[in-house]
Design a protein around this ligand. Sequence first.
Ligand code: NI
Ligand code: MN
Length: 247
Amino acid sequence: MPFSLPEGLSITWFGHATFLVQTPGGKRILIDPFLTHNPATPSDRKDPGPVDLILITHGHGDHCSDAVDIAKKTGASIVCMPEMGAFLGKKGLDQSKLVEANKGGPIPLPDFGVTLIMTHAIHSGGIEDGDTVVYGGEPAGYVVTLNDGGFTFYFAGDTALFSNMELISELYEPTLALLPIGGWYTMGPREAARAVRYLSTVRAVIPMHYGTFPVLTGTPDALKAELTKLGVTTEILTMTPGETIGG
Ligand code: NI
Ligand code: MN
């Protein structure tokens, strides 16, 4: 049976690693906001509309450059590493809107209908600010569980392959994973295929972080070819920037 999202849940891709998740309870969660200068975002989709919560994986501009503007405009709260929070505070973000957290155990956010886990990610994390680079905390991924119904997905963020992705499946049993496949700065198709094998509970994968810039050469077809070599039959959900699935 093909994978389908639970009733009332929708996911919109804005290109690169920027996604908007609308929960069955109507909360709108924006992940890694990079819209204004995102070459993959269709020109008529630069505005994500109302946002309740923003999740930031790490301090690179292609994951957080629109966070402050969108938070100020929409009143959204922002979940991020404490070091990133300190930076956002200096940029004028209201302290009451900052949800600083770290990797480890559950982060229950009942006001938003979700429980988060910040996960390991093998990457770097500095925020370009004028002519300096500010440490933005450790890069992370997120496991997101809907409090209503328990649907769980894993958003890997920017990461290299690591075999402890097995633990993410063992502990949290996500059925959907959003994985970078572009290569160069993150996993490419060959590595991402192993990630899919490690994530044994995952039934469908949305590829991301590819095609945005010329060096991000990995493609969903290349991922499928690698999965075939491994004998892994997990479904690949290829989205187009601007597209929404579910709802
Ligand atoms: Ni990055
Ligand atoms: Mn990136």
